[in-house]
Design a protein around this ligand. Structure first.
Ligand SMILES: Nc1ncnc2c1ncn2[C@@H]1O[C@H](COP(=O)(O)OP(=O)(O)OP(=O)(O)O)[C@@H](O)[C@H]1O
Ligand SMILES: [Mg+2]
Length: 157
């Protein structure tokens, strides 16, 4: 079931990201969608930090397509914006990572829907006049449960 969170400023985005990152486990797949400048990288940085990556380590993978950070488990951060075809995903071994140890966070995965795993959490970020709306769209039992955990933690905050 879809869960919505509203973040009026970057600090709220950071808080939500830290909270999600803290709940992630190895094998988890998070796809961030939203227009240019919506806040995908800002959110990914907080998620990575929540997953144990040192603050300030996560940077936008716009030019190098994939960054790997040391967290509680490896955290892989992708930005597929500059890829021209799904075939190029093979060059970075994209298809293998979802089964490996670590957490995967993907920006612009919606450009290649056929290459995305069936199960995962899509976080859709919408720019509003007074901030950002985060819609969590889970696919699969693990991600339904994850959304419920995020909601519980968010309310308890
Ligand atoms: N809740 C919020 N309200 C207002 N501004 C925000 C909020 N969260 C993040 N921002 C700001 O939005 C901008 C988002 O930039 P960011 O690089 O993260 O976007 P992006 O979606 O990754 O862009 P791209 O598509 O180019 O990769 C940052 O300047 C950040 O401070
Ligand atoms: Mg980005």
């Amino acid at each position: 079931m879809e869960k919505n969170f509203f973040c009026p400023e970057p600090q709220a985005t950071e808080k939500l990201g830290l909270l999600l990152g803290g709940l992630l486990k190895t094998g988890d797949f998070i796809r961030l969608e939203g227009e240019l400048g919506a806040g995908k990288t800002a959110f990914a940085q907080a998620v990575a930090q929540g997953a144990g990556v040192a603050p300030g380590t996560a940077i936008s993978p716009t030019f190098n397509i994939m960054n790997v950070y040391a967290g509680r488990v490896p955290v892989r951060h992708f930005d597929l914006f500059r890829l021209e075809s799904a075939g190029e995903l093979d060059f970075i071994g994209f298809g293998h990572y979802s089964g490996e140890e670590g957490i995967n966070i993907v920006e612009w995965g919606g450009r290649f829907p056929e290459a995305m795993p069936e199960e995962g959490l899509v976080v859709k970020i919408t720019v509003c006049q007074d901030g950002r709306r985060f819609s969590f769209l889970p696919a699969g039992a693990r991600y339904e449960e994850l959304c419920r955990e995020v909601e519980r933690a968010y309310i308890g905050h």
